[in-house]
Ligand binder design. Structure first.
Ligand code: ATP
Ligand code: MG
Length: 261
């Protein structure tokens, strides 16, 4: 039986003909796009949706290049950039308003067909917990799409501090991207300790597999040592930020006088 259709409208996924339940459903086993089409493990679900959360304060080329490479490698139908409205963990100094950060995401991704921006976190009050966002997406797409949560190694190694983080692994697969300065070698031990002692590792696929079918892929990407912290510091110091982020975002920052002291 065919599942309900996902309709992409603006930044939102709409599910037609589905009664979204609230209970997490077990996720199916899927794999990345491999070189031979025959060896590709495809999900019975028709869509693959990447969720790329972040403060995006501001968005930069490290995020954008990573998004493209992950989209291609995992054959994602879409990557949603989801700015955090109220980051639970970050200090708020220098945190631009949600509206500015969302606007810059929109400027940065304009015209790239696989990218969309989501304002889902703005619609909730209080701190923006990832688990709540992922639950909402899971309810929206139910059995019509598999979710892939895209995260850098630095952020993933702190996942044990996120609210109800273990529940995330029942809702979404993970793609953990390399990031300069963060090593993969601690990951196996970290996952066994903080997520499940029963995790298997498939080195050739760079993939951990949980007993419920959740895959956690470690993905190489072009390592770009760019961070929003550095961009904010440069601006604060009246130094150039050119070529670290899209020109449209750079112009927006100057036009609005953002981050400058
Ligand atoms: P900040 O310095 O303010 O923490 P950031 O550059 O780390 O900013 P975030 O908005 O915190 O950007 O990151 C969102 C997500 O993107 C995180 O999962 C992070 O690991 C990942 N990420 C950020 N920069 C890069 C990069 N250069 N390469 C790969 N992943 C990145
Ligand atoms: Mg960060």
């Amino acid at each position: 039986m065919k599942g309900p259709k996902i309709k992409v409208q603006g930044s939102r996924f709409k599910v037609q003909g589905s009664k979204a339940g609230t209970a997490p459903i077990p996720i199916s086993e899927v794999g990345p796009k491999l070189s031979s089409p025959n060896s590709e493990l495809r999900t019975p679900n028709s869509k693959r949706l990447g969720l790329f959360g972040g403060t995006f304060n501001p968005i930069h080329l490290g995020h954008l290049r990573a998004g493209i490479e992950i989209q291609e490698r995992f054959s994602l139908d879409q990557v949603l950039f989801i700015p955090t409205a109220v980051p639970p963990h970050k200090k708020s100094d220098n945190l631009l308003s949600f509206a500015h950060r969302l606007k810059m995401v929109r400027l940065a991704i304009a015209g790239y067909p696989f990218f969309k921006a989501s304002d889902i976190e703005k619609k909730r009050t209080g701190k923006s917990y990832t688990i709540e966002t992922v639950r909402l997406f899971k309810e929206k797409v139910q059995s019509t799409a598999d979710l892939f949560f895209i995260v850098g190694m630095d952020a993933f190694l702190e996942i044990n501090t996120w609210k109800d983080y273990k529940d995330l692994f029942a809702l979404s697969h993970f793609v953990v991207m390399d990031r300069p300065g963060y090593h993969r070698r601690h990951l196996k031990e970290f996952l066994r300790r903080e997520v499940s002692p029963e995790i298997d590792f498939y080195p050739q696929e760079g993939r951990f597999l949980l007993p419920n079918g959740c895959s956690i892929y470690i993905s190489p990407i072009t390592l770009l040592n760019i961070s929003s912290t550095r961009i904010r510091a440069l601006l604060n110091n009246h130094q150039s930020i050119r070529y670290l982020l899209p020109e449209g975002v750079e112009n927006y920052l100057y036009k609005k006088g953002l981050y400058a002291s």
